[in-house]
Design a protein around this ligand. Structure first.
Ligand SMILES: [Ca+2]
Length: 545
């Protein structure tokens, strides 16, 4: 290390450190010089095939990246992978000082169709002692575009970029980041985890199914395991507002949400403003339609029809489901997802620019019989759209190598219907059986949590959700994953917290699917200790898919 330092001392000078003889330095100074030198040595390296470290800088006082202020020292590594002539995959690796490294590695997921790093989660990981990485998935989000991270212009006539986004960018960035970790610390990382939600959850399943050796464990939620199905659903849900903008408004969604929760809140036995399991709530929104002369706190016929359409889910004309519907209690998020100027989020430009490459295609004309079939078989480079963008339930290799997967989802998610992740979990369970599934894949549904967090429910359990109220494995999914991987102790439940004004106001067990939290009949319904995880009683009404 001493020789390495002397060879690259110019970088230390650049960083403002005086050029002392090593024997004059305190151990802390010597350690920092070692970090700075090892960091600088990464710059310019071809760290993996077609992957170069463009920049590596030791930041002794932290740094600000994409608006995220980091106040701890780290080595900031910026890399680029170019697996094809049309690829440009940017990624960053942040390495804590050798003395602060916990010996582990974390990859951080992204959201939407984003081409952007995830500096917030990287900071969280860094502060906890992890070496951490995130990738831009092969393209940069155009922030001037009104669709932001949902815009699809980057994919137009760029099939290789589609493949990069779908799965290649994360895999290559992970391989390169692990190589950078090994080079910097002089030894490979121990356990590797991937923490993600939304599109990041989708990427997590891509990794676990395609590259089972990349990560030892995942905390991943709101994962659209079939991206094409998600786009069918988003297109379906946007259709009413595309035809009539009054169909889904902020006001109508707030009324619908309030009245639906009032109607179904107590089906779970606890009046807390949360529909614990919306599969029990089947209220027809026509009950909230304005009666003669009524103008307040009610819905127009167009709004009732839109709500029915969105709850129903996307189908072909013969009734075959393409995507389950949004659940009752998720309406708060509808104006952003299903209404407004750009209804449909990532689906808004998906068919036009990414799939059919037809500038004249309009989502309002999407034919759920013909266009859905045409989309699935559309060629993407040497593959098809379905094979590129959709995952399978084949986790065989990941399971065999001892990988662990914590899967989570909010019951009030308005972007990815929770029924999609229920469907995935049911299919995984059918494949392996309940006991073998429990050994490596556990699903936690959070009552009243919105998309990756928020909502009226108990949505603070760490990872990509709200910050845990206690720093232990019973409250924090990341801690639980670490315990599961390193000590083989599987999480049976989490203590979820409802937080208002920065303070926890109620707690509730977040049970392992298919169990649910049942009130024991004594004590406060705001305390998790007064609930137990039990199998649901009775039968659920018929569900789509
Ligand atoms: Ca309730």
């Amino acid at each position: 290390m001493k020789n390495t330092y002397l060879l690259v001392s110019a970088s230390a000078l650049l960083l403002g450190s005086a050029f002392y003889a090593t024997h004059d330095a305190t151990p802390a100074q010597a350690a920092e010089r070692g970090d700075a030198a090892a960091c600088a040595a990464l710059a310019g390296k071809t760290i993996a095939p077609d992957t170069v470290i463009a920049r590596a800088a030791w930041s002794p006082d932290g740094d600000t990246v994409g608006g995220t202020k980091v106040t701890v020292p780290f080595c900031r590594v910026i890399g680029v992978a170019t697996p094809t002539a049309d690829s440009h995959i940017g990624f960053e690796v942040w390495l804590p000082p050798m003395s602060a490294w916990n010996g582990k590695f974390r990859g951080e997921g992204s959201g939407g169709s984003a081409g952007a790093l995830s500096p917030g989660p990287m900071r969280e990981a860094l502060v906890a002692g992890f070496a951490t990485m995130s990738t831009d998935n092969g393209h940069l989000t155009d922030n001037k575009d009104p669709l932001g991270g949902s815009a699809q212009g980057w994919a137009f006539k760029h099939p290789e970029k589609m493949i990069d986004w779908a799965w290649r960018a994360l895999h290559l960035s992970t391989v390169a980041a692990k190589a950078a970790v090994k080079t910097f610390y002089g030894k490979p990382s121990g356990e590797s985890y991937f923490i993600a939600c939304s599109a990041g959850g989708h990427h997590a399943l891509m990794e676990a199914t395609r590259f089972p050796n990349d990560y030892d464990g995942y905390v991943a939620g709101a994962a659209p395991w079939k991206w094409t199905s998600l786009m069918f659903g988003h297109t379906w849900n946007a259709n009413p507002a595309l035809r009539d903008i009054s169909a889904v408004t902020a006001q109508s969604s707030a009324i619908l949400n309030r009245r639906m929760i009032a109607a179904c809140d107590e089906l779970d036995g606890v009046k807390d403003g949360v529909i614990a399991d919306p599969r029990r709530c089947t209220v027809d929104p026509v009950e909230f339609q304005c009666k003669d002369g009524q103008t307040a706190d009610c819905l127009t016929p167009v709004q009732v029809a839109a709500a029915r359409h969105i709850y129903h889910g996307a189908t072909k004309s013969d009734g075959t489901f393409l995507m389950p519907g949004q659940v009752r209690g998720s309406e708060e998020g509808w104006p952003a997802q299903n209404g407004g100027a750009t209804p449909g989020g990532s689906s808004m430009e998906f068919w036009k620019l990414t799939v059919f490459q037809d500038a004249n295609f309009k989502n309002v004309d999407f034919d759920f019989d013909k266009d859905s079939a045409r989309a699935m078989t559309t060629k993407v480079s040497n593959s098809t759209l379905a094979a590129t963008y959709d995952e399978t339930t084949n986790l065989d290799a990941f399971r065999k190598r001892g990988g662990k997967f914590i899967f989570f989802q909010g019951w009030a998610d308005s972007v990815i219907t929770p029924l999609m992740d229920v469907d995935y979990t049911n299919k995984v369970t059918a494949r392996y059986g309940q006991d073998k599934t429990d050994d490596f894949f556990r699903f936690f549904l959070l009552p009243g949590m919105g998309h990756c967090g928020g909502g009226p429910g108990y949505s603070h359990i760490g990872g990509a959700t709200g910050a845990p109220i206690k720093d232990d494995a019973d409250h924090d999914m990341v801690k639980a994953l670490d315990r599961w991987v390193t000590k083989k102790e599987a999480p049976s439940l989490f203590i979820g917290a409802k937080v208002q004004g920065g303070k926890p106001v109620a707690t509730r067990p977040i049970c392992r699917y298919p169990l649910e939290a049942r009130y024991l009949g004594k004590g406060s319904t705001g305390e998790a200790a007064n609930f137990a995880c039990r199998m649901p009683e009775g039968k659920f009404p018929p569900q789509p898919m």
